[in-house]
Design a protein around this ligand. Structure first.
Ligand code: GRF
Length: 218
């Protein structure tokens, strides 16, 4: 599986500590998470936004998305987990990995979608916020929810203190949810393989019956 990063990578670190089978870390910019992956001996790929128009109006989202998709496919990736990834993808990656891209978001979706979820929750003066692990779809922060956990907002919280307490929870919830998804996919894969073996066995039986038929006809 691949983990997609842009920042400090503390959630990536938690995944590695929990033995989530990460085979590739892909970043859209130079960041601590990429260095962390490299020093942990994991394969890394940098698809730098700078090569696709950077962060301004000229950013070519489709070309960037296609490049990332090609890299993920070339690495034989089955499952993708975004962990603090700072680029919104265009459609192609969601078609190539339908139902296989996960994201963690620092709010209780559908409340406070978007990049400023922690600021927005503080500004709204909610008593409780939290985090959401969900399937990523072409509509940002709107895919099916897989897991959520609440985090209380405390008096005197700043964006930094609240985000850090949310991330403490994400570091447990995300690895656990990813592992469960891998187990579920593993069951599907094993079932597919078993059905394939049954098909092959039936094919062999068909061929044997055909040979017997020909014998009988002779
Ligand atoms: C997390 O809060 C995640 O929900 C958000 O970015 C943060 C990533 O933190 N999208 P880190 O880079 O893993 O420390």
């Amino acid at each position: 599986m691949a983990v997609l990063v842009s920042g400090t990578g503390s959630i990536l670190e938690a995944m590695l500590a929990e033995s989530v089978p990460v085979t590739l870390v892909l970043a859209d910019r130079q960041c601590r998470a990429l260095a962390l992956a490299a020093s942990s001996g994991i394969e890394t790929e940098l698809v730098d936004r700078g090569g696709f128009g950077g962060f301004g109006a000229g950013f070519d989202r489709w070309a960037f998305t296609r490049r990332v998709t090609d890299v993920l496919v070339a690495h034989g990736v089955d499952l993708v987990a975004m962990a603090g990834f700072g680029t919104v993808f265009a459609r192609p990656v969601f078609e190539a990995f339908a139902g296989r891209i996960l994201n963690t978001h620092p709010a209780l979706l559908p409340a406070f979608p978007g990049w400023h979820a922690v600021e927005d929750a503080l500004a709204a003066e909610v008593a409780v916020t939290g985090c959401t692990v969900h399937l990523a779809t072409v509509e940002t922060d709107a895919g099916p929810v897989l897991a959520q956990a609440e985090v209380p907002v405390l008096a005197g919280d700043t964006v930094q203190t609240l985000h850090e307490r949310i991330k403490e929870v994400e570091r447990r919830l995300y690895p656990a949810t990813v592992k469960k998804m891998i187990d579920d996919l593993g069951v599907v894969g094993a079932t597919d393989r078993a059905l394939g073996a049954t098909d092959r066995a039936l094919g062999a039986t068909d061929r044997a019956v055909g040979a017997t038929d020909r014998e009988v006809r002779r």
